[in-house]
Design a protein around this ligand. Structure first.
Ligand code: DAH
Length: 336
């Protein structure tokens, strides 16, 4: 029995010296130190040796087990240290991490394009306040006192006289108060409406307003300018039409439609089977508005127009839900 213990001792010491990795170390542990390993079976044998030999053999066997456990723990920590050292080393052969470049939001891109086209047509750019008075938002634009937009239901009133502007048209009046004709300007910005948020409407969105005032400005000029814009923005080949409409601040008023991109005018779900898509509202400035702005309405005529930027981008890029502009999901933003 003593010889067996000594042989096992030598054998174990040799074996552990030759271990090269953690896997081999684990195999070694199973052979020598596990519940059915060779050391454990020697302990089993110990039960059968004569009583007087037990103390010495037991001592030797315990020594062997302690030694084996100690050596095993030493090796294990050696391997673990090696592993952490390796993971801390810099691997210069790894490919670098790509730094992603951000880009402008689709609405900013769309507005930039609209601005650049109108700049090319001789328009300047102005902005007005989002917190607006009832006077500029409604009264000076010839809205009658009982117009539904003046209702709390449709407009965010801050108090009796102030509100979040419902359109960019009030900037027209502010501009006319500041500058004398000839005037050619576009006025972009945020607008607010008290509407339930859905795929088609939001309580906040963007518009671009346009205004041109001079002596002898005619409806033909309005058409020429808007057709030039539309062809540059949406493409040369599309068809367009002007449809009579009504706005309190223009007379006559119209809405401009273009052929539906999707069905090319045949009629589909997007154009509600009409073949046409409405892209903007426009008209000749109502003489009453000139009165409010203190422009001589005998001397001057002008045209105005307004379009929603979200709507414009939705039409151009086939986006079906207005909420995606404001959710800032990068999977959406990255596409443009
Ligand atoms: N302000 C109108 C709206 O929010 C849009 C509009 C229509 C603006 C006709 C105009 C215009 O300047 O002439 O629905």
């Amino acid at each position: 029995m003593l010889t067996k213990i000594q042989t096992l001792n030598t054998e174990f010491l040799q074996a552990i010296e030759n271990i090269k990795d953690q896997k081999q170390l684990e195999d070694l542990r199973i052979v020598y130190l596990s519940r059915n390993g060779s050391i454990a079976s020697l302990f089993e044998e110990l039960k059968n040796v004569p009583k007087e030999e037990k103390p010495l053999l037991g001592k030797e066997l315990n020594r062997l087990r302690n030694l084996a456990e100690e050596k095993f723990a030493e090796k294990k920590s050696e391997f673990e240290k090696l592993l952490t050292k390796k993971s801390q080393q810099i691997d210069l052969t790894l490919p670098g991490r790509k730094v992603e470049l951000g880009h402008k939001h689709l609405l900013t891109q769309t507005l930039d394009e609209i601005k650049s086209i109108f700049k090319g047509l001789g328009f300047s750019i102005f902005e007005g306040p989002e917190l607006e008075s009832d006077y500029y938002n409604f009264e000076a634009l010839n809205f009658p006192a009982d117009h539904p937009a003046r209702d709390m239901q449709d407009t965010f009133f801050v108090n009796k006289n102030f509100l979040l502007r419902t359109h960019t048209s009030p900037v027209q009046v502010r501009l006319m108060e500041k500058l004398q004709p000839p005037l050619r300007a576009i006025m972009p910005g945020k607008v607010y409406r008290n509407e339930a948020i859905s795929s088609r409407s939001h309580c906040m969105f963007h518009q671009v307003e346009g205004l041109c005032v001079d002596t002898d400005i005619t409806f033909a000029e309005l058409k020429g300018t808007l057709v030039a814009f539309t062809k540059q923005f949406y493409g040369k080949d599309l068809n367009y039409r002007f449809r009579p409409s009504f706005f309190p601040f223009t007379e006559p008023s119209a809405e401009m439609d273009i052929t539906c991109f999707l069905c090319k005018g045949k009629g589909c779900r997007v154009c509600k089977h009409s073949g046409w898509l409405e892209i903007l509202g426009c008209g000749m400035v109502d003489p009453n508005v000139f009165d409010y702005a203190k422009y001589d309405n005998e001397k001057y005529t002008g045209y105005a127009f307004g379009m929603g930027i979200e709507r414009t981008a939705m039409l151009k890029y086939g986006i079906t839900d207005i909420r995606t502009f404001f959710e800032n999901d990068v999977r959406f933003l990255k596409q443009f």
